[in-house]
Ligand binder design. Structure first.
Ligand code: ZN
Length: 663
């Protein structure tokens, strides 16, 4: 539920920046690049506004999260920790030549292993091997007294545990997966084991098998071994509990303290009822400024979708962004009343949705170094239905992607924007305007409008998602250029929306197709929505030259000539799509999508892919954490918690090895 990963491939467009870019001039965001990866560091806006008590709460929660690190490594593959320990020994102790090419290749392998929490690519899940010769790697291990032939054979054999999670169509995906969730059991045995346990009539089922490894006992019977204090991963779980206990003393409210107590109880017993109980409490806490994730959360790494990987995160509410969305929500009725839509399709009473925006303070386990940009938890359906869920976007991570993109010598923006003025305007306002657009889309766009009586919410069938996204996007595009936004103090002036319009068109007509293979159609709902809007406006505004296609040195550009006219076109299309939704006009919805959203011009597509490839950007990003350390007073109490922003990726990994190794 929370795997909203942002790849750099995808960040070509969307996204967001809070303040003007100028204030970040001194801070370097991109700190390392290797293979297909880059590592960034992120700031924590709002940290100084926390009280000492809140900071102390954050500190212990962060420690609890980081002590789970070895669990994730071991879960991904049982060889991962031995491989890491060998690498660590060489990086810390090797006294030979560190400037030769082979040592450079060894370091690159080490960085990749640390990035993936193991020997498989974090995203593709395929095993990768070192580029330096095996004999050389052996000589490094020997030099630090860590010779291990079996380990070396495993590291260099690409076919040994070749996929973290097997995608085999014919083989036994349990036996073929490298993940350490099963040992000596077949898929059929695991299925039978859990089918016997589950009660299909239980309205509040526990997440069977979430926190255990399935093995065969001495008598050959299938059984599970729990990840708990006196079970597997006990030493790591003991440190997690110890720090959670310390954190609870600094909780912001009783709900948080109670939730943590239940979580500790769960770690001690392994009782999945307690895990559910914890989640019910955790969902209730919406008032605290500090929040966290800690546990076996997501089941994507298990080929059977049952076992969950350890992950941790600590985050704090983003006050500025939250204030903005609260302002929009408070004025929701004004926006509804003034929307360019037939009054019959408007809500007479509308309530905006307050999207929660947070800033990450610590990433851990499966969310470190590569992390999602949004979270939607808990995962148990019955808890979501009966008690609700928390959905947040992580602003400082998104911002860091944007800042980092600007640091690259060549960017998608510099390649596809028409001229320096367009680039400068985008750098000044564009990312901030993107963020405001997202607020409008989420807080007001989806919540606006109503169906005519008798019209089904599923009337638009397979075109529903793309049309609904287009409706919310158009609502945002129309209003971001409204004087009301300046009056509310959300947009700085009546110029700031313009680069957002230019960027939206550029993305909808060109840059988003960097993510589609040549010859394929545009199928993803959000991408269809953007193409529909941009393509429709390009066509309808052609006579008045609202959007102009220009070619320079064989390269295509789309330039907005008339921003007000473009806003008028957005209004027109919004009115039409609202009509389609309110009336359930399937045929008209289908025609819009099929005419404007699906087919990509193959010549333009090939050009876009070629220009993107030449930029040579790293497709995947990850992060180092800020260092959070207490300052102790003479009497041993904590007098302050200091944050610093390290810029050495490998050094942080080695520091974590030294400090958080438990298994
Ligand atoms: Zn949406």
């Amino acid at each position: 539920m929370n795997k909203l990963f942002k790849m750099m491939l995808i960040s070509a467009s969307a996204a967001a920046v809070a303040a003007c870019a100028g204030e970040n001039e001194q801070f370097k965001y991109t700190i390392d690049q290797f293979a297909d990866l880059k590592v960034m560091r992120y700031k924590i806006p709002g940290w100084e506004s926390l009280s000492l008590k809140q900071k102390t709460y954050v500190y212990y929660l962060a420690e609890a999260a980081k002590y789970g690190r070895d669990i994730t490594w071991d879960q991904y593959c049982k060889w991962n920790l031995p491989v890491r320990h060998a690498i660590e020994a060489v990086l810390n102790g090797y006294e030979g030549d560190r400037n030769c090419e082979n040592f450079g290749l060894f370091v690159e392998y080490a960085k990749r292993v640390y990035f993936s929490n193991g020997v498989h690519h974090h995203y593709a899940e395929d095993k990768f091997v070192p580029a330096c010769p095996k004999e050389y790697f052996a000589s490094l291990l020997e030099a630090v007294g860590k010779s291990d032939d079996a380990l070396l054979d495993f590291i260099y054999d690409k076919d040994a545990m070749t996929q973290r999670r097997s995608t085999s169509k014919t083989g036994d995906i349990v036996a073929l997966s490298a993940v350490n969730f099963y040992d000596g059991v077949s898929r059929a045995e695991v299925d039978a084991f859990y089918n016997k346990m589950m009660d299909p009539k239980d309205p509040c089922p526990i997440s069977y098998g979430l926190n255990s490894k399935v093995v065969k006992d001495a008598k050959g019977r299938v059984t599970e071994q729990l990840w708990k204090l006196d079970g597997i991963y006990g030493p790591a779980i003991a440190k997690i509990c110890e720090n959670l206990e310390k954190a609870a003393a600094f909780a912001e409210n009783d709900i948080q303290a109670r939730a943590i107590a239940i979580l500790i109880d769960y770690y001690k017993t392994g009782d999945l009822r307690k895990w559910d109980e914890f989640n019910v409490e955790w969902v209730k806490d919406t008032l605290g400024k500090v929040d966290f994730i800690n546990g076996f959360i997501e089941d994507y790494d298990d080929p059977l979708g049952r076992k969950a990987t350890f992950e941790g995160m600590v985050h704090i509410k983003d006050s500025a962004a939250s204030a903005r969305t609260e302002k929009l929500s408070a004025n929701a009725q004004w926006f509804e009343d003034n929307a360019p839509m037939d009054p019959r399709f408007k809500k007479t009473s509308v309530r905006g949705i307050s999207a929660k925006v947070v800033n990450a303070v610590t990433l851990a386990g499966a969310t470190y170094p590569a992390t999602p940009i949004g979270i939607n938890l808990p995962n148990a359906d019955w808890i979501r239905k009966n008690h609700g869920s928390k959905s947040v976007t992580i602003a400082n991570i998104t911002h860091t992607y944007d800042y980092s993109a600007q640091e690259q010598p060549k960017s998608v923006l510099s390649e596809f924007a028409w001229d320096e003025a367009e680039i400068a305007a985008q750098k000044k306002y564009g990312d901030y305007a993107d963020e405001v657009h997202t607020d409008l889309h989420e807080c007001l766009g989806h919540a606006s409008g109503q169906l005519l009586p008798g019209v089904s919410s599923t009337a638009l069938g397979e075109y529903q998602s793309a049309l609904e996204e287009a409706r919310a996007d158009l609502f945002g595009l129309y209003y971001i250029a409204d004087p009301k936004m300046v009056e509310l103090g959300i947009m700085p002036d009546m110029e700031a929306y313009k680069p957002h319009f230019a960027g939206y068109i550029r993305n909808g007509l060109m840059t988003q197709f960097t993510r589609v293979e040549l010859g394929k159609q545009n199928t993803e709902a959000h991408m269809q929505n953007r193409k529909l809007i941009a393509e429709w406006c390009y066509e309808k505004g052609a006579a008045a030259n609202v959007i102009e296609k220009r070619v320079r040195e064989g390269k295509t550009y789309f330039v907005v000539n008339d921003f007000e006219a473009l806003r008028g076109l957005f209004a027109e299309l919004l009115a039409e799509i609202q009509r389609i939704k309110s009336e359930g006009d399937y045929a008209a919805g289908k025609a819009l999508i099929e005419t404007y959203a699906v087919d990509i011009d193959p010549v333009l597509h090939a050009e876009v892919l070629e220009r993107y490839k030449a930029l040579n950007l790293k497709p995947y990003g990850g992060f180092v954490n800020p260092d959070i350390e207490p300052v102790f007073a003479a009497d041993g109490s904590i007098s302050d918690i200091k944050v610093s922003y390290p810029d050495d990726y490998l050094a942080q990994q080695l520091a974590y090895d030294a400090r958080y190794s438990t298994l």
